[in-house]
Structure formats: structure tokens, C-alpha cells
Design a protein around this ligand. Sequence first.
Ligand SMILES: *Cc1c(COP(=O)(O)O)cnc(C)c1O
Length: 387
Amino acid sequence: MNIRQMDDAYVAHTYARFPVELVRGKGSLVWDAAGKQYIDLGSGIAVNGFGISDDAWLQAVTAQLQALPHASNLYYTEPCARLAQMLCERTGMQRVFFGNSGAEANECLIKAARKYAAEKHGPDCYTIVTLQNSFHGRTLTTLSATGQDHYHELYQPLTPGFAHIAPGDMDGLRALAETTKLAAVLIECVQGEGGVVPLEAGFVQALSDFCAKNDVLLAVDEVQTGNGRSGQLYAYMTYGLKPDIVSTAKGLGGGLPIGACLLGAKVADVFGPGDHGSTFGGNPASCAGGVSIVSRMDEALLEGVRARSAYIFSELEGAPGVESVTGLGLMIGIKTQKPAREVVAKCIENGVLCLTAKDRVRLLPALNIPMEQLKQAVAVLKAACAE
Ligand SMILES: *Cc1c(COP(=O)(O)O)cnc(C)c1O
């Protein structure tokens, strides 16, 4: 059996894989089992923020692997404390809970919101409002938070306590608040899996005002948008928000599994010992990766993200076969005349890896992708759209 046959035979069929077997990578280049080279515009779905096996990251992580790869949360370890401090200092949040994935970060966010609301407003205050077309994860509860019915159909009964409104529908939110006690509103500033759709600034501001006025927690899912991807450290900063809770994951560890839930002043002390936990959460290797990544997210890096973003928009907007381009920073969705999956297949044939989201082609390149490689890859993508 070759690897594809073995995978098809033994790995659960939860993914529609592209017909490529990847064996190694460096920066924004990656090679398959036949030795073919690709320029990577997907970063392992926004994970390899500084590219694959970035030198400084590799050094930080391997040093930690040699010193102490895992200790459990029964003991103090330096990378966990440092990463938490760094995240708080950069965001103004007050404490961090670490898990291993975006879904786990959102589970913590949901539990924090529920506990805060129950203690402050009573046991019937638990409803969390999310948006239609959102995506918050694959666990049963984060799936329940996700505002897309097609994810729900086969998994009834879902976790109760979630309500969904359309993006922009402040009247819907106010009507809901008449009949239901609201614990929190949870948004993605740019709906990633939903097709790379940024929320309108006016709506986000109105939401924020509504939450502040009604003591409803404002929670932001920065699992995909976070860690420099948007052109700011977190996308909510672009919108001028002051959220009460933020979840993040994907790009935080630079390629290792990690999730984080950032707790603002209102919820900083909502959890005590035993209220929540995760065996691998905050493990030293992943946190050492996170420290390496976040410590290098300075203004020059973020300016580079915005410049690369502007380049991609200017090349693709109005290009033949391209209907529209949406997104923020290096999180870009392209509506193409041809089906997105066909465009992506053509790109793979011509040595470029990109992704899809709904009916769009989705680009999530490394934040530091060399301009020369980006230009080459965008040329291949443009040709695939135009064909
Ligand atoms: C990917 C994603 C998640 C889920 O993250 P996992 O690490 O796959 O659990 C949650 N929210 C958003 C916005 C995401 O993009």
C-alpha cells in the first residue's frame, strides 16, 4: 500500500484531502513525496504564521523539547507564564487559560461567559448570541455555537443556550433581548470558514455599545483572525473593540497545537482551582513556540502583512475570472467564476497550494512570505482564475 491508500483505508474519512502527500517544507515552500515544489498560500490553515520550520521558532521549540516537553499543570513552567504575560501585556486582558485547539479555547470562553452570567445575573442568564454563517469549532458545544445549520443536522440534540442572528441585525438582537436573558455575544471579526467575510464596522460598534449598556459580555473568536493574520495582533484591534473574552489558536504556536482563552477584567477571576482544566494545556513546547511567535509580532511585521495584503488585493480585484475579493490582512477570499475547487486543483497542478472557504478560494499565506514567492504564486492563481 502507498501512503494515500493506507490513509484511505485506516484514517477516518472526515477530510476531503487534495491528492498531494507532503513530506517537508521550509518557509513558504513545501515539497511532496515525488519531490515537486509548491509555494504555500495556506500555511496549514493559518497555523504556520512565520512559514514552515522558521529558524528562531525551531530553535526555541527544540531547546524546550530537550529541557522539558511536558510537565502537567500541577507545576509551574516558564514558557506558559511568559506567553500568558506577553498576551496580557499586548492586549490589556488580565489572565489566560491555555488549551490545545480553537474549539477548546472556545469551550473555555463559553464556560467563562456562562459562569460569570450565572453568578452575576442568575441561573437563567446563559444564552450566548452568535452570528449566522459563523464557525466556532467541532466539539458538540462549539458546533452548537456555530451559526450554520448544515453542521448541525446529524448531531441532535445540540447543546442548548445559543441563539443566532444575521450579521448586521441589531433589531433582531434587541428583540431577542426582550424575551431572553443574554450572557454574551460571540463574533468573528472576519468570518473565516464562512467565506472570509469581514463584519461591517458600524454593526460591530453597535454590538459593542449594546453589550456595554446591557452588561452582556463581548466575546471575540480570534482563532483564525488572530496572531497577526489581520494586519494587527488581533483583528478586534482593527475594529477598535474592547472585548471581555478572546479566544485564539491556529497561528499562536507557530505550528504546534495550542489554544488560548484571554480573560478581561470582568471575567479574570471567574475560574478558581478545579473549575476548568486541560492535561496538555499550556504545555512547555507549544508555549515556547508561542513565545517565539508573539515576541516577534512587532509593528514592522504587521506592516509587512498589510503591504502583502494590499498587493494581493490590487492584483486580484477586477482580474479576469475574479468576481470579488474580500478579507482583511492575509486572510483573503476570492469569488471566482469557475468553481473554487477547480481553481485550487489547477493551482496545485502548477505548484501553488491554496484553500477554499464555502464557494471562495481562500488565501492564508505565511505572514512573512517573501514578496518574490508571493508574486509567483499570485501569477499562477490569476492564470488559474482566467482560464
Ligand atoms: C479553525 C477555527 C476554530 C476551530 O479550531 P480547531 O483548532 O480546529 O478546534 C474555531 N473558530 C474559528 C473562527 C476557526 O477558524
